[in-house]
Structures are given as C-alpha cells and as structure tokens.
Design a protein around this ligand. Sequence first.
Ligand SMILES: Cc1cc2nc3c(=O)[nH]c(=O)nc-3n(C[C@H](O)[C@H](O)[C@H](O)COP(=O)(O)OP(=O)(O)OC[C@H]3O[C@@H](n4cnc5c(N)ncnc54)[C@H](O)[C@@H]3O)c2cc1C
Length: 505
Amino acid sequence: MDSSTRSSVIVVGAGISGISAAKVLAENGVEDIVILEASDRIGGRIRKECFGGVSVELGAGWIAGVGGRESNPVWELAVEQNLRTCYSDYSNARYNIYDQSGKIIPSGIAADSYKKAVDSAIQKLRNEEEAEANDDANINGGNDSNKITKPPSTPKTPVELAIDFILHDFEMAEVEPISTYVDFGEREYLVADERGYDYLLYKMAEDFLFTSEGRILDDRLKLNKVVRELQHSRNGVTVITEDGCVYEANYVILSVSIGVLQSDLIAFNPPLPRWKFEAIEKCDVMVYTKIFLKFPYRFWPSGPEKEFFIYAHERRGYYTFWQHMENAYPGSNILVVTLTNEESKRVEAQSDEETLRESMAVLRDMFGPNIPDAIDILVPCWWNNRFQRGSYSNYPIISNRKVFHNIKAPVGHIFFTGEHTSEKFNGYVHGGYLAGIDTGKALVEEIRKEKEREKESQTLLLEPLLALTGSLTMSKSETVSNIHKCDIPTQLYLSGKLGIPEAIL
Ligand SMILES: Cc1cc2nc3c(=O)[nH]c(=O)nc-3n(C[C@H](O)[C@H](O)[C@H](O)COP(=O)(O)OP(=O)(O)OC[C@H]3O[C@@H](n4cnc5c(N)ncnc54)[C@H](O)[C@@H]3O)c2cc1C
C-alpha cells in the first residue's frame, strides 16, 4: 500500500497527451501531481526500438501535416530539437504496384483503378449521408425524402483490391477534408532520428519533472503502475493500481486510449453514466501494424520515387503496403510492410516465424525466388497490448458531434484526454498533444472556480460569526444596520484582521 498523501491531480498515462496535460498543470502552479503509467516508459504509442542497427518507430512514425498556412505544433517541437526527419512522397506508390508474378501494373490500369476506387468511396459517403438524412426525415414524420441510392462498385481484381485498401485504410480512412492537411499542410515527414520520436516527450517532461542525464528521476512519475479502479465522488478520486497501491486526488486526468476505455482494464466506481459509456462504444479502433524486416543486402529498387510499393493480391490487405528504409537510413537494408485491422489481428495471433514465412513468399512473388531470407523480423502487437488495444481512434465517417463531445466531457472529477478526444486531429500525435493542453487548461480553470466556490461558501458560513464578532465592538444599532453588509466583514476576514487563522482559508 502506498501511503501517499492526497495530490491535486493524478494523470493516468504518460503518452503525449498525459505529458502535455501535466505540463500545463505545472506551468499553472498545480505542481502536486502524480503521473501513473502502466508500462516501464513514457511515450505510449510513440515508441522506438533498436532494430537492425537503427532506431525504428513501432508506433507513430510521421509528423503529418506540414508546410501549410498554420504550423503543426509537433513539427515546431521537432524543429526546436533538431529531430532528423525525411520527406515522404506517397504519390508514387500507385505506380509501383506489383502483381503476383512480379510484373509492375501499367500506370494506365493503375490510374483507372484508382479513379474507380475514389468514385466508389465518394458514392459510399453520399449513400451514408442520404441514409442519415432519410433516418432524420423518418424520425421527423416525413418519408418522401427516401431516395434510391446507387450502390458503390465493389473492388474485384487484385489491383482494385490493393488500391481500395490503400484508399480506405490509409488515405481516406478519414472524412475529407481532413483538418490535419487543411490546417497544417499536405506534407508528411518520417522521423528518422536515433534519439527517437519520443525524445520530444522527454524534452517536454524536462520542463517540469526532475531529470538527469537523459532520465526522468522525479518521484511524481510512477512507472509500472497499472490503474485498475477509479472510485469517484464529488470529494475527489481514489485510484487503485494492480499492485494494491492507493492514490488519492482531487481530480484525475485519464489519458488512456479509446481501446483501453472500451476494455475492462479500468473499473469505475460508480460506473460511468450511460451517455459516456455509449459514446465510448461508438468510436471505432483502428489497428495498424508496421512489420520490420532486416536483410543482408538490398534487392529492391531504391530511390525516393520507389520508396513505397504495393503488392496486389486477391486477399484485400494481404501484405499490401511496403516501404524501403533507404531514404531514412541508407544502407540499413530494412523493409517495412504495413497491415491493418483483421490482418493485423491475424498476424498478432501467429508466431513471428509464420509471419516471416508469409512475408518472404510475398517478396519472392514480387522480386523472384533468388532473394535472400530476412535475417531478423520485428512484429509490434498493438491489438493484444492491454495498455493500448489498437493503434488509434477512427470515428465513423458519419458521426455526430455529440459523440465527440460526450467522449471528451468530464464525469465529476474525472477529466478525459487523449488523441480520441481531439475533434479535429484525432488519430494523430498532434491530436494527442493538443488534447492534453486543452484538458490541462480546462482542469486549471475548474480548480480556479472550485477555489472561488470554496471561498464563497466559507464566507457565507462565517458571515453570521463575523457579524457577531463585529457586534462586540459596536453598539446594538450599528450591528443591526451592518449585519447584511457582508463586504466589510469579508474584507476584514480576507485580510486576517479578525484573528481567524489563515490556515482555514
Ligand atoms: C502503429 C501506429 C502508427 C501511428 N502512426 C502515426 C503517425 O505516423 N503519425 C501520427 O501523427 N500519429 C500516428 N499514430 C497515432 C499516435 O501515436 C497517437 O495518436 C498518439 O501517440 C496517442 O497519444 P495519447 O497520449 O493519446 O495516447 P497513448 O500514447 O496511448 O498514451 C496513453 C498511456 O496510457 C498508458 N495506460 C494505458 N492503460 C493504463 C492504465 N490502466 N494505467 C496506467 N497507464 C495506462 C499507456 O501505457 C500509455 O502510455 C500511430 C499509432 C500507432 C499505434
């Protein structure tokens, strides 16, 4: 049992949103905080690992949204720290599509399939919008607005399936226009720095936590603390961790992912209200897995316009999207293949040897039987990680603002943050960063109001006492005429002139 004293705020989770929220609190004078992190490191879904002699990013890899009219705050942090990045141009990927016999699909066919997939996506969106409008009209009593919708065409050939996958699971996984690209610009930069993407978090933490020689030594950050229960009331929150420690605070900022909120890792006592629970359930979770393969030498075409390539297979999403790391780390001889959703879950459930065997068979389809075997493989598991349960939030294409609002809204003394609470930038690192700042500020404001409320109620409670104290030195008539002039006793009370101990303020 941790015999901790009560703190002002407990932040659950030390990903970018938890750290940025805690920083805002500290900057605003709320320094008696505790950060409880389930894993043994800060960063959450920003996570590097040494693989094949270089630092690879298992989670977030890109700073998305650069070069626009507004500056992406995460890009600013990266520039400040001189983080090494590498421009990514995905636009060539569609001209590097390999079929199962290793032939590159002619650009005309690829362009046609691309157009078809875009048209189909637009049609699908229209149909969903119309269905929504019809539902609303039916609810409001009218029914003549029901229109016959045209079914979107379904991808059939391996090329169509591959392009459909790229469009839906990558480019158009969000509703257009995408705020990230509209606000911050179209460019994306891959972080290729030995210090890792999480170096930005460390630098943020350095501003308010005690650090030494690249390590956070501050007692307020507690690693390996898995929060299992939040008991909350109007008086505050009691947090219980898996190892039996109990922490108390006036408020909690909960920054765990939407996948964790949907799981039963954390029990709420009393349970979350229905509106909150239902909103959490409505948000989808995307699983996105980057598998890294190290080779003894390079056998794939290199150059910036060849960085991304696609494998067309009759099974949608089967080892479809590939990237070589020669632009990021020349001579590293590393390939990355990205899987999503069901394919990610399937691969997480099998051995790495099996995944290696499947990847090699795909690479031999594309580059021939004589390529060398990979000498190492790294398969991150974001779905089966009980502290993540997926890679990022993915709101349904047509989702109403109320869902966002309810996911973000506090429940009593529990405040919610994380990328999933960012209406404009959910799913991104900058979404997490800005959400943390937003929640930190909202809580600072709440604490300020709470203090004001306390002062007011104490003044009201003390008013008769103060009036009485005043009457000891006043005549009866003066006392009666002054009894409602609470401004005078309040001023005396606040300045401590009545001898009331300051401590009870
Ligand atoms: C594979 C992958 C690729 C991505 N690619 C990109 C990209 O290229 N660009 C981009 O902008 N974004 C990308 N993202 C998304 C980005 O990483 C996230 O949006 C962002 O990092 C989320 O930050 P967060 O603070 O909201 O959550 P997290 O980073 O998940 O932080 C939450 C923290 O809470 C902790 N926690 C969970 N449960 C408990 C508990 N019970 N008790 C205590 N602590 C707990 C977790 O361990 C974690 O540290 C990617 C994500 C993944 C997984």
